[in-house]
Ligand binder design. Structure first.
Ligand code: 13P
Ligand code: SF4
Length: 362
């Protein structure tokens, strides 16, 4: 654990032995015991850019979840190896959209003559083959820090080429219905009625042809198992409990929660808000617990509480612990590449197109 001095010393030694050859990335939801060894911490957007900006690192050790390591492999050079210290660090949201399900949904839209005017946009939290699907079909990737810009691009500008007429365009948003809805409704002026939810487990997504034709935003029926547990009642409850509290939540929270909050944004945004908040201010934060605990420790002059005390850590983020990190670093230092994440060349090619469209957003 964090306080095991022997493991800490081993991690320090292995990292020093590797020197410039290794670069360690840490997502904000990682444990303290792991984050202390990150060369850079960030939200998924920042970490994707950081991975792409380290051509000199032979090994990228990604302390985060599988889809992030895949994106790093796509964005780094062929001779660079991306390592995920525990292969069981997946993401339940990413698992809610499989390639076959998305292909099937696309066939439904094609049969209705809608695929030609639909731009698929996938949240970073998706497998590489879903990103490749978006790249192949004129779409893009987005993260929680650029979802509005990506959707604006999808409606107004992208993709290049005449095939998707602007004006009557639609977006198929994968796989997080909440980020999609919150962005479309709260940031872009769409109404709730402009959005429909496509259920991959039902024929036609559980929707009528009319509903699909009328929708502006087709939301995939996926969600984050951590953020999905915050409720509007816990916002009311914390406002009663802590006078003057400001409620700050991640856009993976339900629409009813986000509409009751004072501020909404990515993990990087949440950190910045608290850094800039005046001493004495009170905050209730609705995001993963490792991050909220770190924020509370970092701001002893402010009151930082967890929005709902019954919500817990992201269990897959927490798979990466100090013993796994030590094992990965020591193996690399001994010349053995363990837990390498590789995306095949064809998937890489198309997924990179979708990721590059995101990285090029104004
Ligand atoms: P961001 O760090 O981009 O806000 O993503 C949150 C998340 O759930 C990552 O799994
Ligand atoms: Fe996936 Fe949610 Fe965990 Fe992020 S916090 S890795 S979206 S389950």
């Amino acid at each position: 654990s964090a306080s095991d001095p022997e493991l800490v010393a081993r991690a320090v030694r292995a990292k020093a032995a590797l020197g410039e050859r290794v670069f360690v990335l840490g997502h904000h939801y990682q444990r303290d015991e792991v984050i202390q060894f990150a060369d850079v911490t960030g939200d998924s957007f920042k970490l994707a850019r950081e991975a792409a900006a380290r051509p000199e690192a032979e090994y990228i050790v990604f302390c985060g979840v599988h889809f992030m390591a895949e994106s790093a492999d796509i964005l780094t050079g062929d001779d660079q190896r991306v390592v995920l210290p525990d292969l069981a660090a997946g993401c339940s949201m990413a698992d809610m959209a499989t390639f076959d399900q998305v292909e099937e949904a696309w066939e439904v839209l094609t049969d209705l003559g809608l695929a030609d005017i639909t731009v698929p946009v996938t949240y970073m939290n998706s497998s590489a083959d879903i990103k490749a699907f978006c790249g192949r079909n004129g779409g893009a990737v987005c993260t929680s820090s650029n979802a509005r810009r990506a959707l604006t691009w999808a409606f107004d500008q992208g993709p290049e080429g005449p095939e998707k007429a602007a004006g009557d365009r639609k977006v198929l948003f994968l796989p997080d219905q909440h980020l999609g809805r919150n962005t479309a409704v709260l940031e872009m002026g769409f109404s709730l009625d402009d959005c429909v939810v496509y259920n991959p487990h039902r024929p036609n997504g559980g929707l009528t042809d009319r509903q699909l034709k009328d929708a502006k935003v087709i939301l995939w029926r996926g969600h984050c198992s951590v953020h999905g547990r915050f409720s509007p009642e816990c916002v009311d409850e914390v406002r009663d409990r802590v006078p003057g509290v400001k409620v700050l939540v991640h856009p993976e929270c339900k629409h009813e929660v986000v509409t009751k909050a004072d501020h909404v944004g990515s993990t990087e945004y949440i950190i910045k808000m608290l850094d800039e908040a005046p001493a004495g201010s009170a905050w209730a934060v609705g995001t993963e617990l490792n991050l909220v605990k770190r924020l509370a420790a970092r701001h002893p002059d402010k009151t930082v509480t967890f929005l709902d005390r019954t919500v817990c850590y992201c269990s897959t983020m927490n798979r990466i612990d100090l013993p796994h990190l030590v094992w990965a670093l020591e193996s690399l230092a001994a010349g053995e590449v363990v837990n390498q994440i590789t995306v095949d060349p064809e998937t890489t090619r198309w997924a990179k197109i979708a990721l590059d469209r995101m990285l090029a957003l104004p």
